[in-house]
Design a protein around this ligand. Structure first.
Ligand SMILES: [Mn+2]
Length: 228
């Protein structure tokens, strides 16, 4: 293959992996400002991850993690947060799903933190009650720059058939640590493991959607410390 053909092939491959084109600037209250986007790559002996997102998107996503249920969770996370999200994770699934889920959450947290930038004008706090038939989850977020996870479930809460609830907890821990946020996840009640995981992921999405939103009344960073 000629060098030019190789380059165009690589470009085609890259755009196939990143079908959502990230904007560099957006208009906010009539002003042209930097877009709240991030592109990340992370490669270790356990996982190889390419991820990009746009906080001011419309919930479009392309997700490939090799774990069907996790793809389902990240797709609905994007849809309900309105964050455009591209994720391609190649993980050591011959061992189990743990590294793939944890490392994807690390990179997602890094990307969200980078896209938020100085956090000027954001709402900062967000919460959601998320019903899923017989299940109810409550998620509360503070984009505080202080990592903390509270993950509370009733004893013997069910897991989805191919996705242990402990993996959902690991996702939340890695997300909170790397986004550097307070993340409180509480399963109030629920029987079905698929519903339970889905209510938690959708709850995080809905809470984050509020927390990252620009509030036109906020001047500067919403903290009396003047920094987050
Ligand atoms: Mn579902």
């Amino acid at each position: 293959m000629a060098r030019r053909d190789v380059c165009s092939f690589q470009l085609a491959l890259a755009s196939a992996q990143h079908p959502v084109i990230l904007r560099t600037h957006v208009r906010l209250r009539g002003h042209k400002v930097m877009a709240r986007t991030s592109s990340q790559k992370r490669k270790t002996a356990e996982t190889d991850i390419v991820l990009s997102l746009d906080l001011d998107g419309s919930g479009n996503s392309t997700i490939q993690t090799g774990i069907g249920f996790f793809d389902h969770m990240l797709t609905l996370f994007s849809r309900h947060s309105l964050i455009d999200l591209n994720v391609q994770t190649i993980g050591d699934l011959h061992i189990d799903a743990h590294h793939t889920v944890e490392d994807t959450a690390i990179v997602l947290g890094d990307a969200l933190r980078e896209a938020l930038g100085s956090k000027e004008g954001i709402t900062r706090y967000g919460h959601a009650y998320l019903p899923m038939d017989e299940t109810l989850a409550r998620v509360v977020i503070d984009l505080s720059n202080r990592p903390h996870l509270e993950f509370r479930t009733p004893p013997n809460a069910a897991s989805a058939p191919n996705f242990p609830l402990t993996l959902t907890e690991e996702f939340c821990r890695a997300l909170a640590s790397n986004l550097r946020c307070n993340l409180h996840v509480e399963l109030l009640y629920g029987r079905d493991g698929h519903h339970i995981a889905e209510a938690i992921f959708k709850g995080i999405a809905r809470a984050l959607r509020v927390a990252v939103a620009i509030d036109p009344r906020v001047k500067g960073v919403p903290s009396t410390k003047e920094a987050l």
